[in-house]
Write a protein that binds this ligand. Structure first.
Ligand SMILES: C[S@@+](CC[C@H](N)C(=O)[O-])C[C@H]1O[C@@H](n2cnc3c(N)ncnc32)[C@H](O)[C@@H]1O
Length: 292
């Protein structure tokens, strides 16, 4: 797809029109957003955001960018995990930020979380200023995505991480039928009735189905310049955590953490393929025995 082509689940024909439609839509559902999030995910979203924040690993005292912050659940979780950090909570929908501010920015959080209305394609931030960046269920809504990646890359300090939480294709066979039913029928039905916005949850389903799979997303991150890119499936690939790093000097704490995470993943992969091999050998042996 070229930069000028627009493939938007909103039906928009330009990127700016897409942005306007998305912003208006979140503005309309802002009041119901948190409730529906928890209800439609069976409260799994709380754990997903916990994992996202855990992966960010800013050095102590650094500022973390939470883009597409919405009602700021991720910002709050980041501050809970990194109380020495400040959080820049950016989103272009003012009603989403205002809703979150009224409900969540209290008990001292208002001094550490800073909501700002801004478009992720043109961040009002200087170069190399952020110790980590997160975006939960936001990158799917931004067109063109390259603009957001290059802004993330620009504002992150060398060695800092970009952590993306996003829906996957749910491609594992056990989930596929249920996931499609959920996306096509259940989600729009419940979302429409509760939020009172007939298009919003249809757009959600459509945007998930047309979103690139985890490998393509990793490729996009690498093309934007991020290194040490990896992804971790959750709920059998219904949601993915993607992590990448802006190349450059890394603090030793972040290095240790990255190393141990990578080692755990590698160990899991090795254990998985060893188990497959031995299962395969067992099956061959059994079929040879059966053939005897
Ligand atoms: C599904 S919500 C996610 C909110 C929050 N991160 C969460 O985990 O609940 C997507 C958010 O992305 C925001 N968004 C979409 N496109 C954006 C853009 N170009 N710039 C800034 N925010 C954007 C929307 O306004 C909306 O609040």
């Amino acid at each position: 797809m070229t930069r000028s082509e627009v493939r938007s689940a909103t039906g928009a024909t330009t990127h700016d029109e897409h942005g306007k439609r998305v912003s208006d839509m979140f503005g309309r559902i802002a009041g119901w957003y948190d409730f529906l999030n928890h209800a439609l995910s069976g409260c799994q979203d709380i754990y997903w955001r916990y994992r996202l924040a855990k992966a960010a690993r800013p050095a102590p005292g650094e500022t973390v960018l939470d883009l597409a912050a919405g009602t700021m659940d991720v910002s709050v979780e980041l501050l809970r995990q990194y109380p020495q950090s400040s959080i820049a909570a950016l989103d272009f929908s003012l009603p989403m930020l205002e809703n979150g501010k009224a409900k969540k920015l209290k008990d001292g959080r208002e001094k550490k979380i800073f909501p700002v209305q801004a478009d992720g394609r043109a961040l009002p931030l200087p170069d190399n200023c952020m110790g980590a960046a997160t975006i939960a269920f936001g990158i799917r809504n931004i067109l063109p995505r390259e603009d957001a990646y290059s802004e993330f890359f620009r504002v992150l300090k060398p060695g800092a991480r970009l952590c993306i939480l996003e829906f996957g294709t749910g491609s594992k066979r056990v989930w596929k039928g249920f996931y499609n039913f959920y996306l096509d029928k259940l989600l729009p039905f419940i979302g429409d009735r509760i939020s009172g916005d007939p298009g919003a949850y249809r757009y959600l389903a459509e945007s998930i189905k047309t979103f690139p799979d985890e490998r393509s997303l990793a490729e996009e991150m690498m093309q934007a310049g991020f290194a040490r890119v990896y992804h971790v499936p959750m709920m059998s690939g219904i949601v993915y955590l993607h992590v990448g790093e802006k190349p450059g000097q890394v603090s030793s704490a972040a290095e240790d953490a990255f190393g141990s995470e990578q080692r755990t993943l590698e160990k899991k992969k090795a254990a998985g393929s060893a188990a497959k091999k031995s299962a395969g050998k067992g099956a061959k042996k059994r079929s040879r025995t059966a053939g005897k």
